[in-house]
Design a protein. Structure first.
Length: 256
């Protein structure tokens, strides 16, 4: 099935910016210390929001959060209907079976549709977790260089498992409960097996299973960019300030 080819739209850009800013503000108003919202809100306020239609979903580069406005606000109904028409034709011709058809129809609604406030909150926390967990530092520690795109992606998947699992448990007690509230989570990397694992442990486990069939239904939520030493130092300083602002009770245990 072809990919969406959509033009930039100023009104959609403004709506997406408004939604992400609103979620950032609402995070600071949430009073659940268990979810460490004041800590995440401080970090979110330090980020610059940059609309970028070349990014499929989201991307984080230090304290710059890139986002595709269509992904945030939902793709146009006309585009969704065109794809559904293609799926109908593929099903009727026998090119795909009912299972594949049903999965894609569901995906068009949940992945390409308008995201809920709960989903946007989850996205914010996911991106901020990549800042906290130091993707660039971990990559260097595992000896993954810039040109090894396969291992780079594998490490990104490993960290996504850890981040999505943690956020699902912190916000909704368990992964299945989170999926009932966040339909988009069905397509992100989660696995109860990896609860309590580090990124490195998950990465090594994924390497062991490299020849096994992978789940094609799951996607990475974002993209990552290389950071300079100055940017890493700036992020570390911001994390320390966020922890001091939130206090011990409002800061993730592995950060404090």
């Amino acid at each position: 099935m072809r990919k969406f080819k959509l033009k930039e739209d100023k009104s959609i850009t403004e709506k997406a910016l408004a939604r992400l800013r609103s979620i950032r503000i609402s995070m600071s108003a949430m009073q659940s210390s268990k979810a460490n919202n004041s800590f995440y809100a401080f970090l979110a306020m330090s980020c610059t929001l940059i609309p970028d239609y070349s990014v499929p979903t989201l991307g984080i580069n230090g304290k710059k959060l890139y986002f595709n406005p269509w992904f945030i606000c939902g793709y146009p109904k006309s585009s969704i209907l065109e794809v559904k028409k293609e799926l109908d034709e593929a099903l009727n011709s026998g090119a795909i079976d009912n299972s594949i058809y049903d999965n894609w129809i569901k995906r068009l609604d949940n992945w390409y549709g308008k995201k809920s406030e709960a989903e946007l909150t989850f996205f914010w926390r996911h991106e901020l977790e990549h800042i906290i967990r130091g993707f660039t530092d971990r990559k260097s520690g595992l000896g993954i260089d810039l040109i090894d795109h396969k291992k780079h992606k594998k490490l990104n998947i490993a960290q996504d498992y850890v981040i999505n699992n943690c956020n699902a448990v912190e916000l909704y007690k368990d992964i299945n409960s989170a999926k009932r509230v966040l339909p988009v989570l069905e397509y992100l990397y989660t696995n109860p097996k990896y609860l309590g694992w580090t990124t490195e442990q998950v990465y090594i486990d994924l390497l062991k299973k490299e020849n096994e069939k992978q789940d094609d239904d799951q996607d990475l939520l974002d993209e990552h960019y290389e950071l300079t030493d100055e940017e890493i130092e700036d992020i570390t300083d911001t994390i320390i300030k966020a922890a001091k602002s939130a206090g011990q009770s409002g800061t993730p245990k592995d950060v404090w």
